[in-house]
Ligand binder design. Structure first.
Ligand code: SF4
Length: 396
């Protein structure tokens, strides 16, 4: 099928730098030819990012606990408090995991749990300060909005105060987990509303951005929502990005049903994944990076996604437990990741957590670019600096 009429005009508009609205996004999703959609996304990707480079990160997802007070229907990872399979990692276990990460050339850790009912704010702040003390070179990307909202509810402290305390203890950025579909009707149906409403998730991110943190934005789709809901999700994220400029990347993946309560849902296929990712690249015109979800899609589709708007392959996944619990288990070594990227026709670059620098091959030095250097500005103007790189400082 070739793209015709209105869909073709919309693709042209996006290629020319115009912003597409929700109706236009829906038209593209329904009517655009897959390859033409991908081609347009690739052009936009190349405008916003170095066309020759695909980035990835060496880090580890550490799920410090699987105990959770919530029961999201799409989740195969959580265990109820007291369940024989429940765990809370000890300091020694955490130390061991972080040490292994550093030995593998890792630069960061993503810490995320279930939502444990009995951990006070001090548990989180002590954990961050301990990490800062023991592994100062490891970036602390920690605690998704549902965990932060829960701490705020339990302590009856405002979000600003909770996030402020976490930052003081060593928090450096917030992962975008727990977004799934940011439409309350869908959250109510999947039982994810109690952990975070749409407004609650966005409030955590807005407050984090206002306090100077950068965060990622995620989306997990294919849980029975309509295309309109997916677009509404992207609009909520795009609107907040217009307001704060604090999102570094948009990372979308598809619902994996194994071991979940949602066996009735058909999983999305690779074609649907590529179509959505290309649309996300065109629609999210104010977020520079789009990450390919090879972990849920497999390495082949993960590579193809690089031709459909993605500029980043995400983590090599030294450890991942959440989607693995739902049947999608994928890991690669750093060398395999580089090979996959080269095979796809790009130069692999190991980036840092905030997408603001990279690890120099051979020396292992971390090199940072100055975001917004041309304008003297920070977050919001990063896109204007395009692919020009200015090296800010070098640290070993
Ligand atoms: S998705 Fe997160 S909040 Fe929901 S049940 Fe699973 S671990 Fe708990």
């Amino acid at each position: 099928m070739k793209t015709e009429g209105r869909a073709r005009e919309i693709l042209r508009k996006a290629i020319d730098g115009g912003r597409i609205d929700d109706d236009e996004a829906l038209t593209l999703l329904r009517e655009a030819d897959l390859l033409e959609l991908g081609q347009a996304a690739n052009i936009v990707r190349n405008r916003l990012n170095d066309p020759k480079v695909v980035t990835f990160i060496v880090d580890r997802n550490i799920n410090y606990t699987n105990v959770c007070v919530y029961k999201c229907r799409f989740c195969a990872f959580y265990r109820k408090p007291g369940d024989p399979e429940s765990y809370l990692l000890t300091r020694d276990e955490l130390r061991q995991k972080i040490r292994e990460t550093v030995e593998l050339g890792g630069t960061g850790v993503l810490l995320q749990g279930g939502v444990h009912p009995d951990l006070p704010l001090e548990y989180y702040t002590d954990l961050l300060s301990w990490m800062r003390e023991e592994f100062p070179e490891v970036h602390r990307h920690a605690f998704s909005p549902p965990e932060i909202l829960f701490i705020s509810r339990m302590t009856k402290k405002p979000l600003r105060e909770v996030i402020g305390a976490l930052i003081e203890a060593g928090l450096q950025s917030i992962p975008g987990g727990g977004a799934e579909i940011l439409v309350d009707e869908i959250r109510l149906a999947s039982l994810s509303y109690p952990k975070a409403s749409t407004a609650g998730w966005l409030d955590v991110m807005r407050t984090g951005h206002e306090l100077g943190l950068r965060t990622t934005a995620t989306m997990m789709y294919g849980q029975g929502e309509k295309p309109e809901h997916r677009i509404e999700h992207m609009r909520r994220v795009r609107d907040l990005q217009d307001e704060t400029g604090g999102f570094t990347a948009f990372i979308a993946w598809t619902f994996q049903r194994e071991n979940t309560e949602m066996q009735e849902i058909e999983e999305e296929d690779g074609v649907s994944y590529l179509r959505h990712q290309a649309l996300a690249r065109l629609y999210m015109d104010n977020i520079r990076s789009i990450q390919s979800s090879w972990v849920t899609q497999g390495l082949g589709i993960g590579q193809l996604a690089l031709k459909f708007g993605a500029n980043d392959m995400g983590s090599i996944m030294i450890e991942e437990n959440v989607v693995a619990a739902a049947g999608a288990e994928n890991h690669v070594t750093t060398e395999e990741m580089k090979r996959l990227i080269r095979q796809s026709g790009y130069e692999p670059v190991q980036r840092l957590t905030l997408y603001d620098g990279w690890v120099e091959e051979g020396t292992g030095h971390r090199v940072r670019e100055l975001a917004g250097a041309e304008t003297g500005s920070g977050l919001n103007l990063e896109l204007n600096s395009g692919i020009k790189r200015k090296i800010g400082r070098i640290q070993s």
